[in-house]
Each structure stands twice: as C-alpha cells, then as structure tokens.
Ligand binder design. Sequence first.
Ligand SMILES: Cc1cc2nc3c(=O)[nH]c(=O)nc-3n(C[C@H](O)[C@H](O)[C@H](O)COP(=O)(O)OP(=O)(O)OC[C@H]3O[C@@H](n4cnc5c(N)ncnc54)[C@H](O)[C@@H]3O)c2cc1C
Length: 307
Amino acid sequence: MDNNVSYQDEKIKFEDIIEKNVDLSKYTSMGTGGKAQYLTTPGRFEELITALKFAKENNLKITIIGAGSNILVSDKGIEGLIIRTHHLSRFSTKGNMFCCRAGMSIEKAINITLDDSMFGLEGLSGIPGSIGGAIIGNSGANGHLISDHLLYVDYITFDGKTHRMGTQVINFGYRYSSFLDIKDCIIFEAGFGLSNSTDSFKKSREEQSTIKKDRKEKGLFDYSSAGSIFKNPEGKYTAGELIDSCKLKSKKIGGAMVSPKHANLIVNYKNASSTDIYKLAELCRATVEKKTRIKLEYEIKLLGDFT
Ligand SMILES: Cc1cc2nc3c(=O)[nH]c(=O)nc-3n(C[C@H](O)[C@H](O)[C@H](O)COP(=O)(O)OP(=O)(O)OC[C@H]3O[C@@H](n4cnc5c(N)ncnc54)[C@H](O)[C@@H]3O)c2cc1C
C-alpha cells in the first residue's frame, strides 16, 4: 500500500506543520534578521485554519510573510507565530479569469497567464514578491499596479472567518490597500480579469523580457535588498533624489550600503545585519529631514523590535 497518501479529512496536528526557532534570514530578500519563535508554511486552507487556531489558543501574535521582499526583520527575531504563504500557490483559469492563492509569486502568475493567453499582469515583471504581498501594498512598476486587473480578494481574519471583498469596495492608493487597515487578516486568494486579445501574446512576452532586462541592467539585483526603502513623498522630488542630494550614495554602515546606483535602495553588500540596514536608513531619513524638512516614510515593513 502506498504510504504517501494524504487524506483531506484527516485531522491536522499543529505540531506536524510547525517549526520552532527558525532563522528568518533565509526567507527575506535582504538575507538578514533573527529567529521566528514559531513558523508555519501552510499549503492548504485547513492547515492555515489550524495554525490560526493554535495562535489564538496560545495567545501568540501572528505575523504574515509572503516572499519576504519588502520587509526588514529585527535581529532580535519575532515573537509569536510567523505564517509564511509560500505554499499557498494553487490556481485556476477560466475564460479571461485567473484566480490564485496569495503565496504564488508574481512572476509565476505572469508566466501561467501568458501561457494561457491571458494578458495584463506582465507589466509587473521583475517585482520579486507574492500576489498577497503585492495586493496589500498595491505594488506596481512602469505605470502598472497589481490592483489594475483585480476583481476580488478572499481574506481570512485571524479569528478564522473567511471574507470576500470586490475591488469596488477595496480602497487602493500609493503603496496602500484597505487590508493595511484591517490589519489582523491574511490575504488568501485573488481573482483577476485579464484580456484574451489574440494579438497580445508576442507583445506581452516582449514587454515581460524588456522590463526584466531593464531592471537587471539598472542594477536592481546586483545585491540583496528589499527594493525601495522609502515611499516617494508628495512634491517634486523622489525619495531617491532627496537622498542623493545629501550625497549619501555608497554610504556604508557595517555591511549595509546605500546603492551607488539607486539612492533609495539599501543593499546588503557584505554580511549586513538588520541593525546595520536600519541604522543606515535612519541616517538617510535624518539627513534628508535636516536638509529639506521632508520626513521620509518607510515603504518596507519593519518587523520586530528595532529599539
Ligand atoms: C529588487 C527588488 C525590486 C523591487 N521592485 C519593486 C517595484 O518595482 N514595485 C514595487 O511595488 N515593489 C517592489 N519591490 C518590493 C516588493 O517586491 C513588493 O512590495 C512585493 O509585492 C512584496 O511582496 P512580498 O510577498 O515579498 O511581501 P513581504 O515582503 O513578504 O511582506 C510585505 C508586507 O505584506 C504583508 N503580507 C505579505 N503577504 C501577505 C498576505 N498574504 N496577507 C496579508 N499580509 C501579507 C507582510 O506582513 C508585510 O507587512 C522590490 C523588491 C526588491 C527586492
């Protein structure tokens, strides 16, 4: 008898899907950060619900991470339960509709939809995040936003209840979505309405590879980073231009460096700690504020204690 059979209705024991004291640096694009007290990477709805229940019963704080490409995790680690969405990656396609779970990478979603002659997501090429991480912060590039073709989002509140929100009631803004206000929730699934226009395939594949090549040439992937550290403030200048005007390109603290190519990128150029990166980011903020009176706001999410 095959002993690899898994029954959908068998009871999931939390001990079987949990890891303790997990080094989080391997799950962040920065490659830094301390340990998670508990970490789980559910692949199924039932596993996710079991994890939420365990956290509730044990009064554990819950933190969600997707692809870890927009976070800085404290070197002191994170107390409570980390839910990593990486294995929530099922999908389905029908007509011009593409539905996927939140842990699917943006790049994979683009490849699946293009292969199925569905167009619209390819403008997001080269963003190294998950669908859920992109939705919560309304990620975008080159004039395209994840919210552009979104139809609905299914999310689960930490009390285990599932909800569906159509895009007509979700507020999206610059690196903002309503889910940031709901806070105690995990984005579980999203549905996109894409174009089926037959002449788009070649154009879309070309767009995908041009954007990726362009981003590579601009040095975005030369070192580990978390993308733009700060949001662009309102007004004439971008965060990068303000930091550059303070002559901070190539500035280093420990193993962290302001990218010589993009002033709004702090890179892990040599075994940096999260503390190095945070101190350098704070130095950039303080210098820009002193010179211009503009207080830069973090785009990346700081997880854990940085005091
Ligand atoms: C080289 C590089 C280039 C980048 N370029 C861009 C760019 O052009 N445009 C852009 O917008 N971003 C860019 N980014 C930033 C990043 O890739 C995006 O913000 C991405 O969408 C974040 O997704 P993630 O899965 O990595 O989220 P994470 O970093 O894992 O998490 C980010 C936040 O979202 C929350 N979160 C993640 N998944 C869920 C979920 N399922 N439910 C609830 N909360 C969740 C986390 O708790 C955290 O607060 C870049 C990053 C890098 C490293």
